[in-house]
Design a protein around this ligand. Structure first.
Ligand SMILES: [Zn+2]
Length: 377
């Protein structure tokens, strides 16, 4: 699933604004006032001490309190494992943290609102709140593991065995998706994946804004960068289901869909299911069973699944995924690979460029495929 709900982000922003105390860029210099220049110097020192692997120097940018020093320890411990992390400031008093891991296509930029004080002539961080779209390293102590094609950022509560298993699954998913030949849809992909596993389902919900009961994993556009976020509940999945789950998400990551898609969900979700179903017999069979049950109860639908179906009741959601696979497979069957990918690129990114006649034709192929499934039963 690639839907990124914004309700939680808005809530987080409201909490941050209520709890923070911004620096005062306009006030005259005085001993206890944090000036904009003090804040900029703080950000620069955070960057240089982190880069120099100077943990005491990094921690000196935080107040002496236990809470502030714990924050320093967490940020240093987490960000010293990534490949790039720099701190900047904006005019609203946020720290802008730019960070990347080896598999990143592009760095992520996250804003964190620090509560500052001036101690001995320099700004120090007392506490911090995230604004929205919080990064995983903000919540928890993480371990970063890298292979040649995958960076895995997992909560320290995830066992080393689990981390290795998911690193391998993700690397396998990269190969499966490369082999699927998504052509122009994946032309900007770096053939790598960044995967995150948060500590618990609450953190999963905070990271991706999706009900953890409805989603085993989600691919999101996090601070401008694509991340596959695995629901910790999925750590219990049997191996093949776990592999299929990450292949589905890898299709979203490869096609850049969370950062780029503006079209109908049936097209992007149908493509992810279509690639997954070709690689895994279990996905193929379970989607076919779902479609067969749907057809027996509701008959052949007049139209393609709508976006609301993907955030509806569980049964409606499962049916929407399986039906979308039928729609996308029908496009491939009727157009051939190259023309199908061209149409899917338009359907997912620039749906306005798909004319009514083409849309009607796709609906016709979809309904015909469903009629065949119903007849074959
Ligand atoms: Zn999806």
């Amino acid at each position: 699933m690639s839907v990124a709900a914004k309700a939680l982000a808005a809530l987080a922003a409201a909490v941050a604004l209520a709890g923070c105390s911004l620096f005062d860029p306009g006030s005259p210099s005085s001993g206890s006032t944090v000036l904009k220049s003090d804040f900029a110097a703080l950000a620069e020192d955070l960057t240089t001490t982190l880069e120099a692997k100077d943990e005491p120097g990094f921690a000196a940018n935080f107040a002496d309190s236990t809470m502030a020093q714990e924050l320093a320890q967490r940020w240093y411990g987490n960000l010293s494992q990534v490949s790039v992390a720099t701190f900047g400031t904006d005019d609203e008093g946020s720290l802008e943290v730019t960070w990347a891991v080896p598999a990143s296509q592009a760095p992520a930029v996250h804003k964190v609102v620090p509560h500052l004080a001036k101690v001995d002539g320099r700004a120090v961080i007392m506490d911090a709140m995230y604004t929205d779209d919080p990064p995983i390293w903000y919540f928890d102590d993480v371990s970063v593991d890298n292979s040649s094609t995958v960076s895995l950022i997992a909560s320290e509560t995830v066992s080393a065995d689990q981390r290795q298993a998911w690193l391998k699954r993700a690397a396998k998913a990269v190969k499966t998706v490369k082999k699927a030949g998504l052509g122009m849809l994946a032309q900007d992909w770096n053939d790598r994946l960044v995967v995150e596993i948060p500590r618990n389902t609450r953190d999963f919900q905070l990271l991706v804004g999706i009900d953890p009961k409805l989603s085993g994993a989600a691919t999101e556009c996090e601070g401008g960068a694509i991340r596959v976020v695995v629901n910790p509940a999925s750590l219990q999945l049997p191996d093949e289901q776990a592999e299929a789950l990450i292949v589905h998400e890898a299709v979203h990551a490869a096609t850049g869909s969370p950062c780029e898609d503006s079209g109908a969900l049936w097209a992007s979700e149908g493509l992810a299911e279509s690639v997954t179903a070709k690689a895994f017999k279990s996905t193929r069979e379970s989607n076919l069973a779902t479609v067969t049950t749907y057809l027996a109860e509701s008959g052949v639908p007049a139209a393609l699944p709508v976006d609301a179906d993907f955030t509806s009741a569980k049964e409606v959601i499962w049916a929407a995924y399986a039906l979308s696979e039928v729609a996308v497979d029908a496009i491939f069957d009727n157009l051939g690979t190259e023309a199908a990918l061209d149409l899917l690129a338009k359907l997912t990114r620039t749906p306005d460029k798909v004319d009514a006649a083409t849309n009607a034709e796709v609906t016709g192929w979809y309904r015909k495929a469903l009629e065949e499934i119903a007849a074959a039963k």
